[in-house]
Every structure is written in C-alpha cells, then in structure tokens.
Design a protein around this ligand. Sequence first.
Ligand code: G3P
Ligand code: CA
Length: 276
Amino acid sequence: EIDTGPRPSPARPLSVIAHRGASVAAPEHTLAAYRRAIEEGADGLECDVRLTADGHLVCVHDRRVNRTSNGRGAVSALELADLAALDFGSWKDRDADPYESPDTVTDVDARADDPERTSVLTLERLLQLVAEAPRPVELAIETKHPTRWAGQVEQRLLELLDRHRPTTPVRVMSFSARSLHRVRAAAPHLPTVYLMQLLLPRHRDGRLPPGVRIAGPSMRILRAHPDYVDRAHQAGNQVHVWTVDDPADVELCARLGVDAVITNRPRQVRAQLDEL
Ligand code: G3P
Ligand code: CA
C-alpha cells in the first residue's frame, strides 16, 4: 500500500442553517419550509420574528405581510387572529432553483390546502417543531426592528425560551447591537450573533460589540474581505455567513473556514459540502 503521508486533520464541521426554512423548496417561514429543512439535513433553522399587535411573536421577515401573504398591512398593526386568516403559502408557485440548470424546477410541494404550507407560523410552534425533531436541530432567531418596541420583542422571546427550554442550541441574531445587549443583559448565557451588512472600520479587526461572540457578515462582506474570517477567529469569535446559495460562495466559505452558512437551499449546500 502506498503511504500517502499524514492526512490533513478534518476541518471544523461547517453548520448548514436553513434561511427562513428550506425557502427555495417551500414558502419561507412556514412550518412546511422548516419541516423540509430538517428533512434536507439542515443543522439549524433561521427565522425572523416580529411582534403582532396583541403581543405574539410570529415568523415573518418583512414589516408588512403584503409580499408573503394574500393580506395587506404591517404585522405590528395586525392581531394573531388576523394573520391566521391569511394565506402565507399560495404566493409561492413552483420556483426554478436559480443555481441549477434553467430547466430544473425545484420539487415544490404545492398543495394549497395544506395548512402547514399556508398558515402564519408562531415562534412558539417553531419551538415545538424543534422539540419534536428526530435529531438535534439548532435555532437561530433574528429580532427584526426591535428598537420600535422598546425591548418587548426580546422580553417576549426570552419568556418563550424560558417556558419551552429547548434542549438544542439556540442563539439570537440581530443587526441591532442594542437588541443583542438587551438579550445579554437578561440572559447572559444565550449566544448572540451580530449581523453585519457592511463591515464598519471598528469591526475590521474581528472584534464585536461587548459580549457577542459570533459575527454574522453578509456574503458580500466576505467576498470583499476574505481575511475577515481569520481576524474574527483570532479575536475568539465564530463567523456565520448569510445568505450562501451560490456554489462558488459555498466553496469560498468552506475554504475560509467559516463556522456556519445560512442558506435558502440546505439540501444542495449540504450535498456540495459533503463532496468537498
Ligand atoms: O441570517 C441573517 C439574514 O437572514 C439577514 O438578512 O434580510 O434575510 O433577514 P435577512
Ligand atoms: Ca433573517
């Protein structure tokens, strides 16, 4: 047998986090999208949370429901019962996967009568799904526009986590350092992720707001500043990158040694990483 010499030690595993669920294959932020993400082998689930007029946290990305439902208006102006009457799935027709050949149509389960595909999803229901999952699944929860609620989003979020006590890793992400500060002040044990759309000069050396140990740069930042990953690691921080759908970006993230990629297409990204 030929001695090929010592093998390189295996790289630290790169987590695949499903962005809004498996949101190429199913309508974003629906129970169907998260179930699908678990089936597709995602290590974790990402979701955005907003507060309804009657104080429920729901998984919706935009300020308004107009894009992802058949209703109109701001989530903050609607009650949970109003949202429950809307269809959050039918807007998504069979979608081509932009990174597969033009003829490839993603296998979208388009049953319009499936409530898991059309109903608004509460964070509480998502926590139940994670608790029932057949294997451990992480949860990365992003607080959206928390400043206008003067801490209520974080308070409600921490109450829910306290009640459900997930046994798998949970972290809170935000573009708002103030939101993360509130979370840390009330729950210092909970990991926080500082999301970045731009790499500000004060963060170029890999440092983050006090107490935050995970950087969440956009893929655009990473392409422009590939040395950022080493700097963050040297500063003792992890790097979770969004949104990593393009195979070339997946490869770059793996090469740079990022800790997690947040993607709309977990199955394909998992398969690509397994081949590397
Ligand atoms: O995971 C972070 C990423 O989701 C932030 O961007 O606009 O998709 O919430 P956005
Ligand atoms: Ca998000």
